[in-house]
Design a protein around this ligand. Structure first.
Ligand SMILES: Cc1cc2nc3c(=O)[nH]c(=O)nc-3n(C[C@H](O)[C@H](O)[C@H](O)COP(=O)(O)O)c2cc1C
Length: 363
């Protein structure tokens, strides 16, 4: 059994949905912990008032009884509270009555850098909203909820995963990051940045060199590049390794199997090597600018300014939480692949037996 994750949901539709399959039975989940991660995703200095509006909370529709997984598909829901303003505009069925609320007029002003232009061309939409609603990063909320479940599973194995922002708009210190966001906001512009996710307690041997799709670094790159606005992923010293000599690039092995350095970021040949996992993701500046970029009105073919919709100045802090969830999900998937078991106790026992076989202590 491998872990599976399917999500659905539009940004201003009634709700976001995730179905998680392959989880062992008996895994204890804590609603407060899942909601805490949802809140972390919504916080951050550069976020728009929408985040205050939503106050995300998880609902569980299936797969859980009295706080423990049943070994059946786990169905999670995060409602879009903002939907109350869009009940006509985002109605699943042809709406009755006069148009009212938001989303009543077609959007025809594609934003450079968003899904808008390629999305309407690809799917033959005549309203950019039909593309942007799903392309929006709003549905990262249910990915964060799934990540919280993955972190609960990993915690049973002594593995902790944590993400943080390391750079916003080229600034690195907290005060500098805030100043960069203030300056961008004043100029009605947006920023990107870099986040870092670290994981500790990983045993050597998660992932495999046997084939491309089994490689941990390949999976991490796909998972992180799968997040909106992520344009580059780096494992360990990443790009910088290309500029060094071998003697400055690898991590020498000491008696006891500890490493002298961790330039590889805990991954060799597509497997964890027992060191801390270190992975970074770079985010481009958000495409919705309050001072819109030049575009074309798709209704007329004439030059126009791109759509302006309530939007964040930067979402790097949110990305740190979303990236943490994505990395946790991939690690949990590989842990379930390696250790298996229908019940959480089976998974924990297989992990313990493996640790007994290899001369390695968690770090
Ligand atoms: C957590 C998070 C929040 C985001 N918030 C916004 C936003 O408020 N406004 C915006 O224009 N883009 C936002 N984005 C980025 C867009 O969703 C993204 O740029 C767009 O879907 C196009 O995809 P691409 O950047 O991967 O090409 C956000 C991305 C993430 C990860």
């Amino acid at each position: 059994m491998t872990l599976g994750l399917t999500t659905a949901g539009e940004s201003h539709g009634p709700a976001l949905v995730a179905i998680l399959t392959g989880l062992p039975a008996g895994l204890e989940l804590d609603r407060a912990q899942i909601d805490a991660d949802l809140r972390r995703r919504q916080q951050g200095y550069g976020r728009s008032p929408r985040q205050q509006l939503e106050q995300d909370e998880v609902e569980v529709l299936a797969g859980l009884r009295h706080g423990r997984t049943l070994g059946t598909p786990l169905a999670l829901v995060v409602r879009n509270r903002d939907h109350s303003n869009w009940t006509w505009g985002m109605n699943a069925w042809p709406p009755e009555g006069e148009p009212t609320g938001k989303g009543t007029k077609p959007v025809t002003l594609p934003r450079p850098g968003h899904a808008d232009l390629a999305g309407v061309l690809k799917y033959a939409h005549d309203d950019v909203r039909n593309a942007l609603e799903r392309a929006s990063a709003r549905h990262t909320a249910v990915h964060v909820a799934a990540g919280a479940v993955a972190k609960a599973l990993l915690r049973e194995l002594g593995i902790e995963v944590a993400g943080r922002e390391v750079e916003i708009g080229g600034a690195t210190g907290e005060a500098e990051m805030r100043a960069a966001m203030d300056a961008a906001k004043a100029e009605r512009d947006t920023l990107g940045g870099v986040v870092e996710v670290r994981a500790t307690g990983l045993p050597p041997g998660l992932g495999s060199y046997a084939s491309r799709e089994d490689r941990l670094d390949a999976r991490l790159a796909a998972a992180l590049m799968g997040i909106q606005a992520v344009k580059a992923v780096e494992v360990g010293d990443g790009l910088d390794l290309a500029r060094r000599r071998g003697s400055e690039a690898h991590d020498e092995i000491e008696p006891g199997l500890a490493r002298r350095s961790n330039r590889a970021g805990g991954v060799e040949a597509g497997m964890t090597n027992g060191e801390e996992l270190v992975v970074r993701a770079a985010m481009k500046p958000l495409p919705t600018l309050m001072k819109p970029l030049d575009s074309v009105d798709l209704a007329t073919g004439e030059a126009a300014q791109a759509l302006v919709e309530r939007s964040d100045v930067a979402a790097v802090e949110a990305l740190a939480v979303v990236a943490e969830a994505a990395v946790a999900w991939e690690l949990a998937r590989l842990a379930v692949d390696k250790f298996g078991g229908d019940a959480i106790g089976d998974l924990v026992a297989a992990h313990r037996a493996y640790l007994e076989r290899i001369p390695w202590a968690p770090r």
